[in-house]
Design a protein around this ligand. Structure first.
Ligand SMILES: *Cc1c(COP(=O)(O)O)cnc(C)c1O
Length: 218
C-alpha cells in the first residue's frame, strides 16, 4: 500500500473537483484509525496536518509523542464519544465531529474550563433518521445548537453526518448543507472514501478519508 501515492492522488482529485466547481478546497482529514504511526508517517512527513481517529484510548497512545514533535498537527475525533471520556478527549483532540447529546456537551464544556482548552465542534445530525444511529434529530437541532453554542459557549463550527449505507448519499448531503445554511453554520463534515466527490459537490468543507489512503482496515 503506497500511502503517500494514494494521498497525493486524492489531494489532486479534490483540488481539481473544487476548482472545476469554483469552490474552496475542503480540508482532507486522513482517517488513521487502526493504522500505526509508522504507516501514517509518510503523510506527516510531507506536512499534512489533519488526522482523524475514532477511539480515545487508541488516539491517546498513538499520537502522544508525535504531536509534541509536530505541534501543527490537528487531531479530529470522529467516533462516538462517551461523556465520561470528555476530560481525556479535551486533552487529545482539536476537533470533535460527534457531538450528539446535551450530556456530552455539558461534560465537554466543564472539561474545557477545567483544562483551559478550546476545541472546535461539529454537531452530528441523524440526517437519515435511522433509529439506531447516533446524532441529533433534525427537529431538535435548533434547540441543541442554542444550548451548546449560546448557553455552554462551545465553539460549534458546523454539522456532520453519516449517510445511510448503500443509498445515494447526495440527498443527505444536500439536506445537511441546507440545514447548516439555515443555522448560519459555516462548516460541513461529510464525505468518506467512497462518497467524497458527491460531498464536495454539496459544499463539504471537511472530508474524512480513511481506506482510500491507508487501505482496508482489518
Ligand atoms: C472510519 C470513518 C471514516 C473513514 O472511512 P473510510 O470509508 O475508510 O474513508 C470517516 N468518518 C467516520 C465517522 C469514520 O468512523
Amino acid at each position: 500500500m503506497d500511502v503517500l501515492k494514494n494521498f497525493k492522488s486524492i489531494d489532486n482529485n479534490v483540488q481539481r473537483i473544487s476548482n472545476s466547481l469554483s469552490l474552496k478546497k475542503p480540508t482532507i482529514i486522513a482517517v488513521s484509525k487502526s493504522f500505526n504511526i509508522n504507516q501514517i508517517l509518510p503523510i506527516i512527513d510531507i506536512g499534512h496536518e489533519h488526522f482523524g481517529e475514532n477511539k480515545v484510548q487508541e488516539a491517546k497512545f498513538k499520537w502522544k509523542d508525535i504531536v509534541i514533535k509536530n505541534s501543527n498537527i490537528k487531531l479530529h475525533m470522529l467516533g462516538k464519544l462517551q461523556s465520561n471520556k470528555a476530560d481525556e478527549a479535551i486533552n487529545i483532540f482539536n476537533y470533535i465531529h460527534s457531538l450528539d447529546s446535551e450530556k456530552l456537551a455539558m461534560k465537554l464544556c466543564e472539561a474545557e474550563k477545567k483544562f483551559n482548552k478550546r476545541l472546535k465542534y461539529f454537531i452530528q445530525v441523524n440526517i437519515s433518521e435511522e433509529p439506531q444511529k447516533s446524532g441529533i434529530q433534525k427537529n431538535e437541532i435548533f434547540q441543541f445548537l442554542k444550548y451548546s453554542k449560546i448557553e455552554l459557549k462551545l465553539d460549534i463550527i458546523g454539522l456532520m453526518c453519516l449517510p445511510k449505507i448503500n443509498e445515494n448519499p447526495t440527498e443527505y448531503f444536500v439536506k445537511l448543507h441546507t440545514m447548516a445554511q439555515e443555522l448560519n453554520l459555516k462548516e460541513l463534515s461529510m464525505g468518506m472514501s467512497h462518497d467524497y466527490i458527491e460531498a464536495i459537490k454539496s459544499s463539504s468543507s471537511f472530508i474524512r478519508i480513511g481506506s482510500a489512503i491507508f487501505g482496508e482496515r482489518v
